[in-house]
Write a protein that binds this ligand. Structure first.
Ligand SMILES: Cc1cc2nc3c(=O)[nH]c(=O)nc-3n(C[C@H](O)[C@H](O)[C@H](O)COP(=O)(O)O)c2cc1C
Length: 376
């Protein structure tokens, strides 16, 4: 039996009105001290009003050393709580489950924003544009960072959020620990896959331990993210899923290139270079992940979805929910449009259209850097 996109469901006993998720999107609209702006609130509240079942914030940093972009939301200080509370209330009032994505940028956090040398699992120098050499975190710093993730989760809960999504995807600190190439530590956080996973596992466990029974803790992973910059192979990703479950995660969110289909072409974009395109195509990877995880652990899948047929295919592949990023920028009411069978179009979108969909001039300017997104 196929699951309908509009069938209600639950995570950790919390009811969700449909199977749609707005994926985390950095949008540069908050204040430089990490406090929420009205623009960031509006952009997300409009998506909750547009019918999304789950609405995720941008990647919000858990420590000042983890700041990666200008105008990035913070969850590292008590001063962030009132803004987070306003956001959580707006999402709840519009009927969505609220989810805050928590992260640390690691080597991707520039000195310009943090005031210090970037940190990572190991000393790293990479031959990529504007790369700043990173230094290895001490064991004390690793422990402090795990504690910072847990404190951030606790703040989110206090602010009224339903959930946190621990950002273990793409090329940020957690994937730098997971990566065979980048993590060359010789302590218990480096070496074998079990050891490289330990940082993420302890974050999941601490977030779980520090929050209440109703609070939801999930993990985002991206199998096949470009190597050697960070990440796990598809096979390694499948290997850690039982550990993620045992450590207490309530959901796993797979960031894929093509969550609906098969045989996507190997391409590079801002978030992915799929090393093994067939292995990470949703039709092949999602069923494997679903088989490994118990029913308790909900599976979100994201990547390349715009149309209702694609969303249905992601669910048919075995996901419990389908997440979108770009489709949700172009259509604040993407779920309602699907339900009403109204047309969905793909980028490029005009700047006027994006403003009409609740993006501030700052966010629209940021999107001009995404090839082919904003019409000339
Ligand atoms: C503007 C923009 C910002 C993004 N920022 C984040 C982020 O903060 N955290 C994250 O995990 N993924 C981020 N992503 C990746 C998306 O969540 C998603 O995985 C990717 O865009 C593929 O989904 P799509 O094909 O529906 O766009 C971002 C994507 C876009 C377009």
């Amino acid at each position: 039996m196929t699951t309908d996109v509009f069938t209600p469901w639950d995570i950790r006993g919390r009811n969700v009105r449909n199977r749609t998720v707005l994926a985390a999107m950095t949008n540069k609209q908050s204040y430089d001290n990490g406090e929420l702006s009205d623009e960031e609130l509006r952009w997300l509240a409009l998506r909750a009003e547009g019918g999304f079942g789950v609405v995720t914030t941008c990647a919000a940093n858990v420590l000042p050393t983890g700041r990666t972009w200008d105008g990035e939301l913070g969850v590292y200080d008590e001063r962030h709580v009132p803004g987070l509370a306003r956001l959580a209330a707006a999402l709840r009032d519009a009927g969505a489950l609220s989810l805050c994505q928590i992260f640390h940028g690691g080597y991707r956090s520039p000195r310009r924003l943090t005031g210090g040398q970037p940190v990572s699992a190991s000393d790293i120098t990479l031959d990529i544009d504007s790369f700043e050499p990173a230094r290895a975190m001490s064991r004390t710093e690793v422990r402090e960072c795990i504690e910072a993730f847990a404190a951030a989760a606790e703040r989110c809960e206090r602010a009224g959020f339903d959930a946190v999504e621990i950002h273990g995807a793409h090329t940020f600190l957690i994937t730098q620990f997971l990566s065979k190439e980048l993590n060359r530590r010789d302590d218990e956080y480096g070496g074998s896959l079990e050891n490289r996973y330990r940082f993420l596992g302890e974050i999941v466990r601490e977030c779980r331990a520090r929050t209440g029974d109703a609070f939801i803790v999930g993990v985002r992973l991206s199998p096949g993210v470009p190597r050697p910059h960070a990440g796990l192979s598809p096979e390694e990703t499948l290997e850690i899923l039982p550990w993620v479950e045992d450590d207490g995660a309530d959901f796993v969110h797979l960031s894929l290139k093509n969550a609906a289909g098969v045989a996507s072409a190997a391409r590079t974009d801002r978030t992915h270079t799929v090393a093994e395109p067939e292995a990470t195509d949703g039709a092949l990877f999602i069923p494997k992940a679903r088989e490994i995880l118990s029913e308790r652990v909900r599976l979100f899948a994201c990547g390349g979805v715009f149309l209702l047929e694609q969303a249905e295919q992601v669910l048919a592949n075995g996901a419990d929910a389908v997440a979108v990023a770009r489709a949700g920028i172009g259509h604040a009411d993407w779920p309602k449009r699907l339900a009403d069978r109204r047309p969905i179009d793909r980028p490029p979108y005009t700047a006027e259209r994006l403003a009409d969909q609740g993006l501030s001039p700052t966010f629209i300017e940021y999107m001009r850097g995404w090839s082919g997104f904003v019409a000339a």
